[in-house]
Design a protein around this ligand. Structure first.
Ligand code: GDP
Ligand code: IMO
Ligand code: MG
Length: 428
């Protein structure tokens, strides 16, 4: 059985959506396993652009799409995203979209708390303000309301009370009024019929699909450097974004992960606060942002840009067990006279070849660069390896050497078909 797990290998926005969409034609199910609507995955098909945050990218092709238990689900956002895509002509029914009935819900006060913390505190993560962190806190705190609870609203009062008591104490610290329990119950009663038709024990569906020897495509959100354990803590999201999370977040055993395809941008971007060793706050960073249209899909914020950091991606490859990478946005580097790749760091008077764990050291490392001549030819839209300029091939080859991982795909524009296949992840 050849399954593929797509994950981000930097700080998110590497082009996961485009690659998942490209691979989805040959998958029997596409599965989201962590994160929530903090993600923003963009697909360009002909003259249509689709922006998905919560729904698996496979839905655009009509492939069976599954929101796994590891996702935190905002039911109102779910309803709106389904309506938006339906308006774009995507057919969405309980036959092609399922939600794990054991998913935890993001509720309105999670979003409030996320925003309050960002506004009031001196310490800012720069979250998407969508309630992701607070919802995961309630999940591991064992007080969350889950999708399956929506089918038992008559029994929900004690659970609502317990959850609200916890939040009322937090809200009081921010001078916020207590949660209106009746309104919350009414809101849940109103939204439940929009969710329940899609709610299934998806671990069961997936294991059924597995026994039919079909192919799964797992769609990660965010990126390894935003992983709550392995990322630039505390400037991270609240879930595990590494490949290993696909198993726990969907209800399949670890072997199902299959080929782990790391999505890697040919340079580096980050949205939100936190360390970024190769960040360029000059006209080169500006040019990368303009050529790459680096604005957040979810919040519209300008993404910070910098050179490719091979040390970070080598770590991503190691902690996620990446089998091969898709190198995206190569075309954005067209026309740069000189390119740089970070190959190590200076930390005080030491030279190190790995990213340290401590936040202050992560902020203090200084990149050591290797310089390359750029290429003046256009790679935009290239679909064959042979169409790439020699200098671009040299750059890709050095990337694979430094990250100790082969390049399986190269992406040369936002468009679905502008993709070079080097090794087929499904049959490797
Ligand atoms: P994701 O979060 O990893 O799915 O990535 P996003 O969709 O947030 O951001 C990637 C952006 O780059 C989107 O606007 C894509 O349409 C675009 N994109 C993807 N691959 C390429 C590529 O190879 N070249 C260019 N120029 N744009 C790309
Ligand atoms: P995709 O799937 C880029 C960042 C936020 C913030 C941090 C925590 O499109 O790659 P959160 O709202 O999750 O608590 O915010 O994580 N972040 C992302 N950055 N791409 C994403 O998703 C992101 N999802 C969250 O900007 O720094
Ligand atoms: Mg994105």
């Amino acid at each position: 059985m050849a399954n593929v797990t797509v994950i981000g290998a930097q700080w998110g926005d590497e082009g996961k959506g485009k690659i998942v969409d490209w691979l989805a034609s040959r998958a029997d199910a596409v599965v989201r396993f962590q994160g929530g609507h903090n993600a923003g995955h963009t697909l360009v098909v002909g003259n249509q652009t689709y922006k998905l945050s919560l729904l698996p990218s496979g839905i655009v092709r009509g492939t069976l799409s599954i929101i796994g238990n590891g996702v935190v689900l905002d039911p109102w956002h779910f309803r709106d995203e389904v309506a938006k895509l339906t308006g774009q002509g995507v057919a969405i029914t309980p036959d092609n979209l399922q939600i794990a009935d054991n998913c935890s819900l993001i509720l309105p006060f999670h979003r409030d708390l996320d925003g309050l913390r960002e506004d009031v505190s001196e310490f800012k993560i720069g979250t998407t303000r969508r309630g992701i962190g607070p919802a995961y806190e309630d999940k591991v705190g064992r007080r969350a309301i889950r999708v399956c609870d929506l089918a038992h609203l008559d029994d929900l009062d004690p659970q609502i009370d317990r959850l609200c008591a916890h939040h009322d104490a937090l809200r009081a610290g921010f001078d916020q009024p207590p949660i209106d329990r009746k309104r919350l119950k009414d809101d849940l009663t109103e939204i439940a019929p929009h969710i329940l038709p899609f709610a299934k024990p998806v671990w069961h569906t997936l294991n059924q699909v597995k026994s039919d020897r079909k192919r799964f495509l797992f769609e990660g959100a965010q990126g390894m450097l935003l992983d709550v354990d392995h990322g630039t803590y505390p400037f991270v999201t609240s879930s595990n974004t590494v490949g290993g999370a696909a198993s726990a977040g969907s209800g399949l055993g670890p072997a199902a992960t299959g080929y782990v395809l790391g999505i890697v941008k040919a340079y580096t971007t980050r949205v939100g606060a936190g360390p970024f060793p190769t960040e360029l706050e000059d006209e080169i960073g500006q040019k990368l942002g303009e050529r790459g249209h680096e604005f957040g899909t979810v919040t519209g914020r300008k993404r910070r840009c910098g050179w490719f950091d091979a040390v970070l991606v080598r770590k991503a490859a190691a902690v996620s067990g990446i089998s091969g990478i898709a190198l995206t946005k190569l075309d954005v580097l067209d026309g740069f006279e000189q390119l740089r790749i970070c190959v190590g760091y200076r930390l005080g008077d030491k030279t190190i070849d790995y990213f340290p764990s401590h936040a202050a050291e992560q902020a203090a490392v200084e990149p050591i660069y290797e310089d390359f001549d750029g290429w003046s030819e256009s790679t935009e839209g290239a679909r064959r390896w042979a169409d790439l300029p020699a200098q671009a091939i040299k750059y890709i080859q050095r990337v694979q050497e430094l990250i100790e991982c082969p390049v399986a795909l190269v992406s040369t524009s936002p468009e679905r078909e502008d993709t070079i296949l080097v090794t087929d992840p499904f049959s490797d």
